[in-house]
Design a protein around this ligand. Structure first.
Ligand code: NAP
Length: 302
């Protein structure tokens, strides 16, 4: 009998209880690929949209059998394909990008291109590392879209969230004068990252990074001729008043992720785990995230 592993999928999307954990045959990595024994996979807002069928309805998912759940992971390399110069036993983290795939990171193991993974530095726990790839890369790619700040004023909406929290730090490194819009109870977190804090912003910002998906309301906060960067590539608010409107679409990038993991290990970027849960309790985690107010990630452990 061939070996199998457990992986979480959705066949017919219908919310948290439609996520199934199935057994599938173990595969060997091909050229340029690694197989990773997963130690932790973060539960991100996008996963709730996949389980609910939001992205199926948008036409972004067309899997005939099932859709793999989970975008980011940390774990240990258990096999390396031809051309891979990474020893078995290496601690790595990475991102599985794109909606339309049959396997995801909520699983005991996963095969990924080695270029999409990065070494986790000694001293950074794999559970914490699992919270970095999707959120860190999205934040870094939002800051790329914003460019250098040169002292200009940036408002980050959803600043206490996983993506927003990373932007607070990364945008200051690029010369932005950063203020975070968040709930009143998030003030210490936002200020602790060196940013200004507000619960209600007046218009006039040079740029807005809109991770709270305020959309038109967020655009209205940008000054004439400023920059708006959103997180919904298929639902940008319409440009107005000479504002440049852009949206991030996160891409896997192992080299960039390595730098983000180093920054997390050294404490320059926040790593926030709300709780660890066994993979079997994926629906519990999804229901909790759906309620809102969770700070830090649920991390599923197979
Ligand atoms: N396009 C891409 O490539 C991409 C990649 C990654 C993420 N995303 C999207 O980016 C968004 C943010 O992701 P995330 O992981 O950072 O989510 P998150 O951790 O849930 O953070 C969102 C934050 O926004 C806060 N918030 C919402 N409405 C607010 C308001 N009116 N005022 C102040 N704060 C408000 C939330 O607070 P409460 O919890 O209290 O409501 C939460 O702290 C999600 O929509 C996600 O799907 C897009």
């Amino acid at each position: 009998m061939s070996a199998t592993f457990r992986t979480a999928v959705v066949r017919v999307p219908g919310g948290p209880d439609s996520i199934e954990i199935i057994d599938v045959p173990v595969r060997e990595p091909g050229p340029g690929q690694i197989r990773v024994d997963i130690a932790g996979a973060a539960v991100n807002p996008v996963d709730l949209g996949v389980a609910a069928g939001f992205f199926h309805r948008m036409g972004l998912i067309n899997q005939p059998e099932h859709t793999g759940m989970g975008w980011d992971f940390a774990g240990v390399v258990s096999a390396a394909g031809p051309g891979v110069d990474l020893p078995v036993g290496s601690r790595v983290a990475g991102l599985v990008g794109g909606f339309d795939r049959d396997f995801g990171t909520y699983a005991e193991q996963l095969i990924v291109p080695v270029r999409d993974a990065a070494l986790v530095p000694d001293g950074l726990d794999l559970g914490e590392a699992a919270t970095v790839p999707l959120n860190g890369l999205t934040a870094a790619q939002i800051v790329d879209l914003l460019g250098d700040g040169a002292g200009r004023k940036l408002l980050v909406t959803g600043a206490a969230g996983a993506v927003g929290g990373h932007i607070l730090s990364l945008a200051q490194e690029r010369g932005w004068q950063v203020t975070g819009l968040a709930r009143a109870q998030d003030e210490a977190f936002v200020r602790g990252l060196g940013a200004g804090f507000t619960t209600e912003a007046a218009p006039g910002w040079d740029a807005v990074a809109d991770t709270a998906t305020l959309q038109e309301e967020g655009l209205a906060l940008v000054r004439d001729g400023g920059v708006f960067v959103g997180v919904r590539p298929n639902a940008d608010p319409a440009a107005e008043r000479g504002i440049t409107v852009r949206a991030v679409e996160v891409q896997a990038d192992g080299a960039r992720l390595a730098r983000l993991l180093d920054a997390t290990a050294s404490g320059r970027l926040p790593a926030r785990v709300h709780a660890f849960l066994p993979l079997d309790q994926v629906a519990v985690a999804h229901r909790a995230v759906a309620k809102g107010g969770v700070r830090g990630r649920y991390v599923l452990q197979p």
